[in-house]
Ligand binder design. Sequence first.
Ligand code: ACO
Length: 187
Amino acid sequence: ITIRRATIDDIICMQNANLHNLPENYMLKYYMYHILSWPEASFVATTLNVEENTMEQLSLEDGKGQEVKLDPNYLAPGEKLVGYVLAKMNDDPDQQDQPLNGHITSLSVMRTYRRMGIAEKLMRQALFALREVYNAQFVSLHVRQSNRAALHLYADTLEFEVLSVEKSYYQDGEDAYAMKKVLKLDE
Ligand code: ACO
């Protein structure tokens, strides 16, 4: 598994992973907004997809001009997206009295790649970049009260604290925990 900075070429695959993994989805232009405005804040986890490489080589070899079917998770030849973190700085004009702060818009890891530490690595990269590159003093996020996996990651592994409960934050009426982590220089 490789963790690298997300680029504009990754956003279709990030959106695809988001649609697979979460009910909160965003238009492609919102991904673009993140990557263009804060190009160093978002990350992807990728793996080499040997099968697809082989498929491509086979179809090239038999020379029948067959169309190569592209998997939506297909990046560079042999590279497949297995997780992402979409992060931004808070640019709400109503909150300009606050110290600079970052926000985790979305995080997910494809099901078969979970519980391998990928989300933790993605988050640590994003937190580091928000602090070092964009000078964020703290970072915030929202998470469903029922999301045990994500709550464990945020509260226990990454030591976010619950700031408040936002009633009916999600479209289906579920409440969200608003969470926050103060970013220190040495993390
Ligand atoms: N139940 C309990 N704890 C869990 C679970 C689980 N199902 N999954 C992971 N954890 C724990 C791990 O044990 C680990 O704890 P440790 O530090 O004590 O060892 C910690 O969480 C981090 O585990 P990772 O392996 O890094 O997490 P993973 O790569 O599996 O991804 C994630 C976690 C992103 C929540 C994944 O389950 C997922 O994609 N879920 C669906 C999408 C989602 O809920 N995203 C978060 C929404 S909130 C937002 O986007 C701001």
